[in-house]
Design a protein around this ligand. Structure first.
Ligand code: ADE
Length: 245
């Protein structure tokens, strides 16, 4: 099944150079094959003052600077207007957002138009989120990639893009790789626990005194399948114990 038309992504940032690595590896190939299209926009192009400033001091006082709604509104309107007739999913990266999961990455990979808003400093004036939440053709997602604070949304956008683009049909050489990997949607049943992948081994059969588990050399696929299920369960329980989940 192909995405039809392919997903279009707009990224709005004050640091376009962060996104140069998207030309590399599997995502670069996906772009070459037009399985996804990505445009990077410099927020500063929308700044009007002599200093091209995009931030200001926070109302109510406090440390740091807040990004102004004015250039953000202009930049987002521009990318929305360039893609008429589709629903626009505006993803605002913030440590205060909903956590990125494999299920979310999957959902994003099936959409038509994603707009990533990369905030810096103390974030973007909250009225930007509020305004676009009120627009009928826009869905707003405040998204966090984890419980830690980055300097801005650029790296979080790269992480989210890699997680979702690899799920677009045709991006991975072997789509079977998606089936058994950690957090796989395909492998888990409805309501089943989120299993991590079993450990993998390749040649040589012995390395620094460590042998590959005998069962994996047996050629008995049923036994191997059973061993892998058990190893996945053991690994998942161990990690869940460490993270308290
Ligand atoms: N911006 C700063 N920290 C972030 C995080 N953890 N996730 C998403 N965006 C962020």
């Amino acid at each position: 099944m192909m995405n039809n038309p392919p997903l279009h992504v707009d990224v709005i940032t004050i640091f376009p150079a962060y996104f140069e690595p998207l030309q590399l590896s599997l995502i670069g190939k996906a772009l070459d094959k037009s399985l996804v299209t990505i445009d990077i926009h410099d927020l500063r192009d929308q700044a009007t003052g002599v200093h091209k400033s995009v931030d200001d001091t926070p109302y109510g006082g406090g440390a740091g600077m807040v990004m102004s709604a004015v250039p953000w509104g202009a930049a987002i309107d521009q990318v929305i207007d360039a893609h008429p007739g589709v629903v626009h999913d505006l993803i605002v990266l913030t440590p205060a957002g909903e956590k990125l999961t494999q299920a979310k990455a999957h959902e994003f990979s099936t959409l038509s138009h994603l707009i990533f808003a990369c905030g810096r400093y103390e974030g973007i004036d909250h009225r930007v989120t509020e305004f676009y939440q009120s627009q009928p053709q826009v869905r707003v997602h405040e998204l966090s990639i984890g419980d830690y604070v980055l300097n801005g949304g650029e790296v979080a956008t790269l992480v989210t893009l890699e997680a979702l683009i690899r799920l677009i049909p045709g991006v991975l050489g072997n789509p079977e790789s998606l089936v058994e990997e950690s957090h796989s949607i395909a492998a888990s049943d409805e309501g089943a626990p989120d299993l991590l992948e079993y450990p993998n081994y390749t040649k040589p059969p012995e390395w620094r005194g460590l042998a590959v588990p005998e069962v994996l050399l047996s050629g008995n696929h049923a036994v191997i399948k059973g061993w892998r299920s058990q190893a996945a369960l053991t690994r998942s329980k161990k990690i869940a114990g460490q993270t308290g989940e």
